[in-house]
Design a binder for this molecule. Structure first.
Ligand SMILES: *[C@@H]1O[C@H](CO)[C@@H](O)[C@H](O)[C@H]1NC(C)=O
Ligand SMILES: *[C@@H]1O[C@H](CO)[C@@H](O)[C@H](O)[C@H]1NC(C)=O
Ligand SMILES: *[C@@H]1O[C@H](CO)[C@@H](O)[C@H](O)[C@H]1NC(C)=O
Ligand SMILES: *[C@@H]1O[C@H](CO)[C@@H](O)[C@H](O)[C@H]1NC(C)=O
Length: 579
C-alpha cells in the first residue's frame, strides 16, 4: 500500500491507461509494471524489449524504485531523458545473461547408439555435430538467483537446463518436449530427468507450467507437453518410481487446463467442453512492451485490454503470432495483428494434445495399478473425442478445424494443426485418418521443397507462410507415419526427407541450426515477426535427431544434388496457390 502512495504521483500520469482489475504479468514493480519499465522501454534504448527485463538488479528493488523517483524529480514535468536513463541503468542494472554458470552436461558422451543407424555418411557426421551442440546449449542457474530472487527476472530452477538458444536465455515450456526427445536419443537421461524435474517443481509452485523461466511469463502457460515429456522419459528408462513421483503434478497441471482454460460450446443441441488459450492479464507484455503499446494505439481502453489479453493468449499458444488467431467477422478485426482474438478460438491441436494427455494419464494410472483413476481419464478422453468430432471434425473436407466462438463456425484455412488429431491418434473411425491424408494432398501445402508451411497466408507474422517450424513438421510426420496405409507412410518419409535436407543445406551454408526455415530457398532460415531469426536451436536439433533416428536407414543428404536441379520439380511458384 505505501508503495502505491510513494509512486502514486508517477503512476497516475504515466500509466493512466492501466486501470486493470486483473493481476499484472507478475508482481514485480520493476520487471512487470511501474515507471522504470514504462520509461526504459518507451525510450527504446535496446533493439529488443526483452533486453531490459532480462537485466539483473544491483540493489534491492525498493532502493532502485526510490532512486528512480529521485531521478524523476529532476525532470518534473517530463520523462527522464535517454542519456540519464542509460546512466541509471548502468548504476542499478547488470547486462542480461549473467545469472548462468557455464555447464557441460556430465552425461554427454561421444557415441550415442542412434548414430550407428544413420546410413548416409554425411548425415551421420552432421548428426554427430548436432549431438555435440547440447554441450553449448546447457545452462546452470547461479545459486544467487535462489538466494536473492528479488534481484532477477529469471525464475530459479534447481536443475540445469538446455535452452533454445539466441535471445531465449531461459528454459521454455513446449520447446523442451523436442529438446528432451533429442536428449534421450543422445542418451542424456540425467539431463532430461533434471529438465522434467524443473517443470514438475514449477507446477508445484504455480499450479501450472509457465511459458518460460522468467517472472514476466508466470501468468501464462504454453502448449501442455509435460505429460508427454514424462512419457518419453518413461519409455526410455521404464522408471516406474519416477512416474509415481511425477503423476500428482501432471494431474494438477491437467486440472489447471480444465478449470482455467476450458469453455462449453453447444453444437446441434449438445453441450461440449473444449479448451482454449486464455490469459487474464490485460497489460502489455513486459518483454514486448512497446510493440504492445504501439499496436493498441487509438483503441478504447476496453479494446486495448482485450487485445493485450489475446496477445498473451497468442503467446500461450506457442504460435506468436499468426493470422490463425485473427478473428474474421468481428467488428474490430482489420485482418492484422490487431485482430488477434486467440481466446475466441478452440484450437484443433490444443484439444488433440489434451486428448492424448488424457489417454496417457490413464495409461500411467494403469501402470501404477490404479484402475479407478485410469477409468476417470479414459472417460475424459472419450468425452473429448466426442467433442472434437462434433465441433472440430469436418466430414466433407476430411480434417479438423479450429472453431471460432464469435462466428460459431470453423476456420477452413490450412494449418498443419488441422491434422493434429492424426498425430494424437484421437479419432473414432479409421477412415478419418486416410481422409485427412487426402485433405493434406489437396491443401496446396505439399508443394514446397523445404517443408510444410505454417499456413498459406503471407501475413508477415512468423507463424504463417512461408515459415516452416520444426515441431509442426514433427507432429505431421509422426502422425502420418502411424497411419496404416503405405501411401501415408510414404508421405511421412517424403516430408522427413525434405525437412532433413532443408536443415542440412542450411547447416552447410551457415554452420548453424535455426529455430525455423523458409519453405523456399533450400536452406534459408525463416523470418518475420517480432524479432530476428534465432540460432541454436533446441527443438530444431531435437526434431532433426528424431527424424534421423526414425528414418536413418533411408534418408540422404542429397549433397550431390545441391547445385543441380533435383529440387526444381517441387518448386512451383507460390503465387499460383496463394489466395
Ligand atoms: C533519494 O533522495 C533522498 C533525498 O534527496 C536521499 O536521501 C536518498 O538517499 C536518495 N535515494 C537514492 C536511492 O538515491
Ligand atoms: C510543471 O507544470 C506545472 C503545472 O502544469 C507548472 O506550474 C510548472 O511551472 C512546470 N514546471 C516546469 C519546470 O516546467
Ligand atoms: C484458476 O481459476 C481459479 C478460479 O476459477 C482461480 O482461483 C485460480 O487462481 C486459477 N489458477 C491459476 C493457476 O491461475
Ligand atoms: C446435427 O444433428 C443431425 C441429426 O443427428 C445431423 O444430421 C446433422 O449433421 C448435425 N449437424 C451438425 C452441424 O453436426
Amino acid at each position: 500500500m505505501h508503495k502505491l502512495m510513494i509512486f502514486g504521483f508517477l503512476l497516475v500520469p504515466l500509466l493512466a491507461f492501466v486501470k486493470s482489475a486483473l493481476p499484472p504479468p507478475c508482481d514485480s514493480e520493476i520487471y512487470c509494471t511501474g515507471p522504470i519499465l514504462h520509461q526504459v522501454q518507451k525510450a527504446k534504448l535496446f533493439d529488443d524489449d526483452k533486453y531490459f527485463v532480462d537485466m539483473k538488479l544491483r540493489a534491492a528493488p525498493d532502493e532502485v524504485l526510490l532512486a528512480f523517483r529521485n531521478l524523476s524529480n529532476e525532470y518534473p514535468n517530463t520523462t527522464v531523458p535517454a542519456a540519464a536513463l542509460q546512466e541509471f541503468l548502468s548504476v542499478y542494472f547488470v547486462k542480461p545473461g549473467t545469472e548462468f554458470e557455464s555447464w557441460t552436461p556430465p552425461d554427454w558422451h561421444d557415441k550415442p547408439k542412434f548414430l550407428d543407424g544413420i546410413t548416409d555418411q554425411e548425415l551421420r557426421d552432421w548428426a554427430q555435430k548436432i549431438h555435440n551442440l547440447w554441450k553449448s546449449l546447457g545452462r546452470k542457474i547461479h545459486a544467487d538467483v535462489k538466494d536473492h530472487p528479488e534481484l532477477y527476472s529469471q525464475i530459479y530452477s534447481p536443475h540445469p537446463v538446455v535452452v533454445p538458444g539466441g535471445r531465449f536465455r531461459e528454459l521454455y515450456y513446449w520447446d523442451s518436449y523436442w529438446v528432451i526427445n533429442g536428449l534421450l536419443l543422445s542418451e542424456m537421461t540425467d539431463t532430461a530427468h533434471g529438465m522434467i524435474q524443473n517443470f514438475l517443481s514449477l507446477v508445484n509452485r504455480y499450479g501450472f507450467v509457465p511459458n518460460g523461466g522468467r517472472i514476466y511469463y508466470e501468468r501464462r502457460s504454453q502448449p501442455p507437453f509435460l505429460t508427454l515429456m514424462v512419457e518419453s522419459y518413461y519409455k526410455a528408462t521404464e522408471d516406474k518410481e519416477f512416474l509415481r513421483l511425477a503423476l500428482p503434478a501432471l494431474e494438477q497441471e491437467y486440472q489447471f487446463w480444465m478449470q482455467n482454460r476450458s469453455v462449453t460450446v453447444t453444437v446441434n443441441g449438445t453441450v461440449h467442453v473444449l479448451n482454449r488459450y486464455h490469459v487474464q492479464v490485460d497489460l502489455p507484455r513486459p518483454e514486448a512492451y512497446t510493440d504492445d503499446l504501439e499496436l493498441a494505439e487509438g483503441l478504447t481502453d476496453d479494446h486495448k485490454k482485450q487485445l493485450w489479453m489475446d496477445l498473451k493468449a497468442g503467446a500461450e499458444s506457442g504460435w506468436d503470432f499468426t493470422s490463425r488467431w485473427y478473428v474474421v467477422g468481428d467488428i474490430h478485426n482489420d485482418g492484422t495483428l490487431r485482430g488477434t482474438r486467440t481466446s475466441k478460438i478452440l484450437p484443433a491441436d490444443l484439444n488433440a494434445l489434451l486428448c492424448l494427455s488424457e489417454k496417457t494419464l490413464a495409461s500411467f494410472h494403469r501402470i501404477m495399478g490404479q484402475g479407478d483413476s485410469a477409468a476417470l481419464y479414459d472417460r475424459a478422453a472419450a468425452r473429448r473425442l466426442q467433442a472434437i468430432e462434433a465441433v472440430l471434425w469436418d466430414a466433407e473436407r476430411g480434417a479438423w478445424f479450429d472453431y471460432n466462438l464469435v462466428t460459431h463456425s470453423k476456420n477452413f484455412e490450412f494449418y498443419p494443426s488441422n491434422l493434429a488429431p492424426v498425430w494424437a491418434q484421437c479419432y473414432s473411425q479409421p477412415e478419418m485418418g486416410e481422409k485427412a491424408v487426402q485433405y493434406l494432398k489437396g491443401s496446396g501445402a505439399l508443394r514446397f521443397p523445404n517443408g510444410v508451411p505454417t499456413s498459406l497466408r503471407d501475413s508477415g507474422q512468423q507463424w504463417d507462410y512461408p515459415n516452416a517450424w520444426p515441431p509442426l513438421q514433427h507432429m505431421l510426420i509422426d502422425g502420418l507415419s502411424k497411419l496404416p496405409s503405405e501411401d501415408a507412410k510414404q508421405l511421412a518419409f517424403d516430408l522427413a526427407q525434405r525437412w532433413i535436407r532443408t536443415n542440412w543445406l542450411a547447416y552447410m551454408k551457415y554452420d548453424a541450426m535455426f529455430e525455423k526455415y523458409d519453405v523456399h530457398g533450400d536452406g534459408k532460415p525463416g523470418g518475420g515477426g517480432e524479432y530476428e531469426v534465432q540460432l541454436g536451436f533446441g527443438w530444431t536439433n531435437g526434431v532433426a535427431l528424431q527424424l534421423l533416428d526414425q528414418y536413418g536407414a533411408t534418408l540422404t543428404s542429397g549433397s550431390r544434388a545441391v547445385s543441380s536441379c533435383l529440387l526444381l520439380p517441387l518448386a512451383i511458384s507460390p503465387t499460383l496457390m496463394l489466395q
